[in-house]
Design a protein around this ligand. Structure first.
Ligand code: FES
Length: 155
């Protein structure tokens, strides 16, 4: 894919071509393309002169990096114990109803994906979720409704 090739070339120019550049490159490809495709993995491996298996290993190790296509806005709700005790299930139920998808799915218009994640480090303000890189805490069904309305209107 020419677009992916150019993107990876740009990222190598920014982050360098050493091994330490692998994670930032993966994160930036994900930010641009919403997941790491097979083509992107091959391109990264070629440009960093490492094996595709290395790239795949790194990409699949981090739960924040997706190797299947996701929506433009990826919602990750903390499923760890403190948020769980603070009504995380009510938050999930609200999101599932608003988006008409289940956890693990992506809306048909590819705007939202709904996923679980482990502790986000905001336990004292749980339940917590991430939408792409933005964290939302002290969630209630009403607050979730407002947040999703905001993202639905966002391009
Ligand atoms: S348990 Fe949810 S943020 Fe830590």
């Amino acid at each position: 894919m020419p677009h992916t090739k150019e993107l990876v070339e740009r990222l190598v120019a920014t982050h360098g071509s050493g091994r330490q550049a692998l994670l930032p490159i993966l994160q930036d490809v994900q930010r641009n393309e919403h997941y790491i495709s097979d083509d992107a993995m091959v391109e990264i491996a070629t440009q960093l002169d490492i094996s595709t298996a290395d790239v795949y290993g790194k990409a699949t190790f981090y739960t924040f990096i997706d190797t299947v296509p996701r929506g433009k806005f990826v919602i990750r709700v903390c499923k760890t114990i403190v948020c769980d005790m603070h009504n995380k299930s009510q938050i999930i139920e609200t999101l599932e109803n608003l988006l008409k998808i289940k956890v693990g799915e992506t809306t048909l218009n590819r705007k939202f994906s709904l996923l679980y994640t482990n502790c986000l480090g905001w336990c004292h303000m749980g339940p917590a979720m991430l939408i792409n890189d933005d964290v939302y805490t002290d969630l209630t069904p009403d607050r979730v409704r407002d947040i999703i309305t905001f993202y639905k209107n966002k391009n």
